[in-house]
Structure formats: C-alpha cells, structure tokens
Design a protein around this ligand. Structure first.
Ligand SMILES: NC(=O)c1ccc[n+]([C@@H]2O[C@H](COP(=O)([O-])OP(=O)(O)OC[C@H]3O[C@@H](n4cnc5c(N)ncnc54)[C@H](OP(=O)(O)O)[C@@H]3O)[C@@H](O)[C@H]2O)c1
Length: 228
C-alpha cells in the first residue's frame, strides 16, 4: 500500500460543527450537516450489476470510519446490494414500497422523510446509489469522494455536478497493488457560500465516456466485510 498525504487547508476531521443551513428541499432551515460519500471512477461509474465494480478494502475502511455512529441514507437497491444493516450506524432506507419493512432499519418514503428521520445527529451521510445521489446533491454540504483514477465500466453513475460550487478542502492520494492495482484519492469538497444556495446539478446522461477500460468483474460482490 502506498500512501501520500496532501495536508488540507481546512480539514474536516476536527472542528467543523453543525450549523444552521439554508432551506433544503422544502425542509426549511435545518440545523443538520448533510454529507455525501461515494467512490467513483473518472467516468463517474459507481456501480455494476448492483454492486461495486472494483475491490478497494481501504476505501471500505474509510467509509466505515466516516459513517460510524451516524445515520446513513441509502436507496433500497443499495440496501439490497449490502444485504443487511451495517453495525454501529442507523440505516435509513428510501423506498416507495409502503409495505416494505426491514429489521434493524428505518424506512422512509421520500428524501425529506429520510432526512427528518435523522434529526438530532451531528452529521448524516447520503451513501447512494445513483438515484439517491441525484436527488440529494442539492441538499448536501460536504462531499467525500473517493476518486478512482481511471475509467471503469458500469451501469450506475454519479450525476454530473458543477464543481465551481464546491471547494476542495482535502486530498489524500493512495494506491494499492492487491486485490487489484488501483490508484485513488480520498477527496473532500465543501459547498462554497454563494448567492445560489442550492448546488447546480445537471441531469445529463449517465452513459460512461468512450475509451474506458474494463471494470473488474472478479471483484464484484465480495466487498461487504470492510463496511461493517
Ligand atoms: N460507488 C459507491 O460509492 C456506491 C455507493 C452506493 C451504491 N453504489 C451502487 O449504486 C448502484 C445502485 O444505485 P441505483 O440508482 O440503482 O439505486 P439506489 O439509488 O440505491 O436505489 C433506488 C431505489 O430507491 C428508492 N427511491 C429512490 N428515490 C426515491 C424517492 N424519492 N422516494 C422513495 N423511494 C425512492 C426506490 O426504491 P423502491 O424501488 O423500493 O421503491 C428506488 O428503486 C449499485 O450498483 C450500487 O453498487 C455505489
């Protein structure tokens, strides 16, 4: 494992506190820090066949370290891919299925209900997948993005977003040789104070760019253990 750190001007791992925030999608002023965490390839791929298209144990540990003790909001399909609530965290599953109940999880039938279910937490994490990211990007204050340094084939993609609305506050460069060679960066972005309170997102095609390399089918479906 290679590890190269770039000091942050404004590390989040410290003093940043919850603050009163502008209206979030009709929720009114919400004193809740909402963060989004995702691992994505250069071409914005985040998933393939409802699982991760790469194996990166350190990224799963990173996910675990950030989310531990907090609420995680996820789409029903992402929950299906994980298969069970992750220990030490409160899982809020967003579904339109009014009768769906899953032991150990809170069920929500809209993003607004999901966020309301997290009241009282100091930081809430939007953890995917593509559908939920698209709907929540405008609500989010912080992005924790693991930027995989190559294109990867996939069928789920992070939405394109306007980077000018976001300020990079931390970047840590990593690489691994096993279980597959991979270069990736842990990057933190904070939404910049702006006259436009909501981040400008686009609903552009989720098709990957051309010329990408293949994904890693042999790694799919065996990622779960380090999340727990
Ligand atoms: N790389 C990463 O960091 C990462 C993280 C998470 C997930 N992923 C990947 O992302 C993919 C899954 O993403 P996805 O877009 O297919 O599914 P998803 O966002 O996980 O879940 C979509 C489901 O959420 C529910 N939903 C969405 N919006 C809703 C709303 N406004 N109100 C009520 N329910 C709502 C619906 O569930 P019902 O159908 O039950 O109504 C919908 O089918 C997988 O490949 C997964 O591995 C990657």
């Amino acid at each position: 494992m290679n590890k190269t750190s770039t000091p942050s001007n404004s590390p989040l791992s410290g003093g940043e506190q919850s603050r009163s925030l502008p209206d979030k999608g009709g929720l009114g002023r919400v004193a809740l820090r909402i963060s989004l965490i995702v691992a994505m390839a250069k071409n914005r791929t985040i998933g393939m066949n409802n699982t991760l298209p790469w194996r990166c144990p350190e990224d799963l540990k990173h996910f675990k370290a950030l989310t531990m003790g907090h609420h995680m909001i996820m789409g029903r399909k992402t929950f299906d891919s994980i298969g069970k609530p992750l220990p030490g965290r409160t899982t809020v599953i967003v579904t339109r299925g009014r009768n769906l109940k899953i032991d150990g999880c809170l069920m929500a039938h809209s993003m607004q209900d999901a966020i309301k279910a997290c009241a009282g937490d100091s930081e809430v994490f939007i953890v995917g997948g593509a559908d939920i990211y698209t709907q929540s990007l405008q609500l989010v204050d912080t992005l924790y993005i693991t930027e995989i340094q190559q294109d990867v084939d996939g069928d789920a993609h992070f939405p394109a977003f306007d980077k000018s609305v976001w300020k990079e506050t931390a970047r840590e460069m990593r690489s691994q040789e096993t279980p597959q060679p991979l270069h990736y960066h842990f990057v933190t972005y904070q939404k910049t104070p702006s006259p436009q309170p909501s981040g400008k997102t686009t609903s552009q095609s989720t098709k990957p760019a051309s010329g990408q390399v293949a994904g890693y089918p042999e790694g799919r479906g065996s990622n779960r253990e380090n999340l727990e």
